[in-house]
Design a protein around this ligand. Structure first.
Ligand SMILES: [Zn+2]
Length: 206
């Protein structure tokens, strides 16, 4: 039992949130008083938190990373379920994003192509040949899945790429099971690596 400094009631210890879990210390106000206080002062609190977050960016980054490392598989499973359950919502969301930023996205892409004409041409030509070489016979459904992936990627815009999970260069097939959409950043980092792990939930599979 512990006494809440606000409502003065003696309550079960679990009615108090942790102040510091490692040290085993609890907060002095009970959960109910805390949440009441929160709702009454929501605006002030969120302002304060915002300032605190701004001043502690590095700390938060490290904390987030530690948490992620500890809970990797659990997080991945949760993300997967979330994506499966919200497929329609996500696709609508990305469509809306694309619609709202269409001009900006298209301009940026155009600009990039203009500045890198040779590079873009070489990449595309080389890829086309290799992709054709390694295309297995696909059913109509599989073709649809591939088409859909490329459509989504287009809707997502500039920062995204349809990527071969096992790279074509390593013998991966141009088959929907071997395709996913990842960020351009991950695509660059991944290169032809076979064991590249994406450390966040910014990818999309069908
Ligand atoms: Zn209380």
């Amino acid at each position: 039992m512990k006494r809440c400094t606000k409502c003065k009631k003696y309550l079960d210890i679990n009615m108090f949130s942790w102040a510091n879990k490692k040290k085993g210390t609890r907060q002095c106000r009970c959960r109910k008083c805390k949440s009441k206080n929160y709702f009454e002062n929501a605006e002030n609190i969120s302002k304060k938190q915002k300032i605190w977050r701004g001043n502690n960016k590095e700390h938060l980054k490290k904390q987030k990373k530690r948490y992620y490392e500890k809970n990797k598989s659990e997080i991945a499973a949760k993300c997967k379920t979330y994506r499966e359950e919200h497929k329609d919502y996500l696709s609508d969301y990305f469509k809306d994003y694309y619609k709202l930023n269409r001009e900006y996205i298209l301009n940026r892409r155009k600009q990039y192509r203009m500045n890198n004409k040779d590079k873009v041409n070489n990449i595309n030509a080389g890829r086309r040949v290799r992709v054709l070489d390694q295309s297995p016979k696909l059913t109509d459904m599989e073709k649809k899945r591939i088409e859909f992936l490329y459509e989504i990627s287009q809707l997502l815009g500039d920062g995204w790429k349809v990527d071969h999970y096992i790279p074509i260069a390593e013998g991966g097939a141009h088959h929907p099971d071997n395709l996913w959409i990842i960020t351009t950043e991950d695509n660059l980092k991944k290169g032809a690596k076979l064991d590249y792990e994406i450390e966040h939930d910014m990818y999309f599979e069908l």
